[in-house]
Design a protein around this ligand. Structure first.
Ligand code: UD1
Ligand code: MG
Length: 362
């Protein structure tokens, strides 16, 4: 397998180089784009600073559009340097790019038009169509070893149900990032932590496997994950506390969709869902309000006290409020750091779980 390995390595390194260029272009373009969005009145007020001078500043909104465009250019140009290509893979890779592009468009539409959130919830299922239609990979799941004697089969073919699952995964990944939000740096910060974990997972899997098809699946994940990480870090440098730009639903949808297609193409969506543990918890806490059982206000943010500069939890069902109620009042910045550390712990937990359950699938 030596030739595949050296080809793979070369492609991955070139992809990393292009991603680095993407990082600098994004850093350079965000201030330019900020001026343009402000001119068209695309801005928001920083709600957790209400009552302080910073609370009156118009913060440019939807800067995720820069990340989305730079990401797409990097991912498209990279194909020219991909030495591992086989034509099946390129069809799916481009279908994945179509999904990400479609999602970025719909996210931007949402930022400009403020779509009602029940409609918003469904946008990702439309954007996921290109990959669902082009997907020619397997639609099977492996039954864990200890269950095989009871069920009588080792592999279960789910057929179209598997495609339905892929669509639901896209809806979950996008919306769960979008509703775990409201603190400076949280939307991008969680994406950076998860993306980093996905990258490590892919590298570990390539190193551990001898199956060329399997290695290729994880390599194609890396080709999308590296530019996502690089461009997101550039955005984080502006969105970190105190934010000079907001990311918009353009970014949360773009990032969620990219991670979903990466999990689908790399065939590790179960692992991805464990990386998303904080988002799953936040979703469960949100269910009463999302379902309409309890009224859901436009913003579900903590309460800010301009006197102390600290945030306290409210009754809204979010992980942010849950942390505030458990930890006591916190500043916006340290609360965000706590939540990102929790995200990191969830990722480590996932690696441990995979390690201990390895015997279930081998
Ligand atoms: C989601 C959440 C909502 C939360 C909002 C902002 C649900 C169902 N929806 O709505 O509760 O209030 O994200 O995170 O859970 N903003 C800040 N500080 C930040 C980030 C955003 O004040 O660090 C404010 C700004 O006014 C900004 C606006 O939120 O303009 C953006 O909100 P948007 O992303 O459009 O809200 P949703 O995604 O619809
Ligand atoms: Mg949002």
């Amino acid at each position: 397998h030596f030739t595949i390995d050296s080809h793979l390595r070369r492609s991955i390194i070139i992809n990393a180089g292009l991603s680095l260029v993407g990082f600098f272009v994004t850093v350079r373009m965000i201030p330019v784009a900020s001026r343009y969005v402000l001119k068209r009145s695309l801005f928001g007020f920083d709600i957790n600073k209400k009552g302080t001078p910073q609370g009156n500043v118009k913060v440019p909104e939807s800067l995720g559009i820069v990340v989305g465009i730079v990401f797409l250019v990097v991912a498209i140009v990279f194909q020219y340097f991909n030495f591992t290509a086989d034509s099946n893979w390129l069809v799916e890779y481009n279908a994945a790019l179509a999904c990400i592009c479609f999602m970025t468009l719909l996210g931007f539409v949402d930022d400009v038009l403020d779509v009602p959130w029940r409609v918003k919830l469904l946008l990702p299922s439309i954007a996921a169509l290109p990959l669902l239609m082009a997907y020619a990979g397997h639609t099977t799941i492996v039954i864990p070893k200890p269950l095989v004697p009871h069920i009588g089969i080792e592999i279960l073919d789910l057929g179209w149900i598997y495609k339905l699952y892929m669509g639901l995964l896209a809806v979950f990944c996008t919306n769960s990032i979008n509703i775990h939000a409201g603190l400076n740096g949280l939307e991008v910060g969680q994406t950076v932590v998860i993306t980093y974990a996905i990258l490590i997972h892919n590298i570990m899997q390539i190193g551990a496997s001898t199956d060329p098809e399997y290695k290729l699946a994880h390599a194609f994940s890396i080709y999308l994950v590296q530019p996502l990480l690089a461009t997101s870090l550039a955005l984080l440098s502006y969105n970190w506390y105190p934010s000079s730009v907001f990311v918009g639903d353009t970014y949360t949808y773009f990032a969620g969709m990219t991670m979903a297609v990466v999990g689908i193409l790399g065939h590790f969506s179960e692992t991805l869902l464990i990386f998303f543990l904080p988002q799953v918890l936040n979703f469960l806490l949100s269910l009463p309000q999302l379902s309409g059982y309890i009224p859901c206000p436009r913003h579900r943010l903590p309460r800010f006290d301009p006197q102390t500069g600290l945030l306290t939890g409210t009754n809204d069902g979010t992980l942010v409020n849950f942390f505030l109620r458990k930890l006591g009042p916190k500043s916006e910045k340290s609360l965000c750091i706590y939540l990102l550390i929790f995200q990191g712990i969830a990722c480590c937990f996932c690696f441990m779980l995979r390690y201990f359950l390895a015997g279930w699938y081998k």
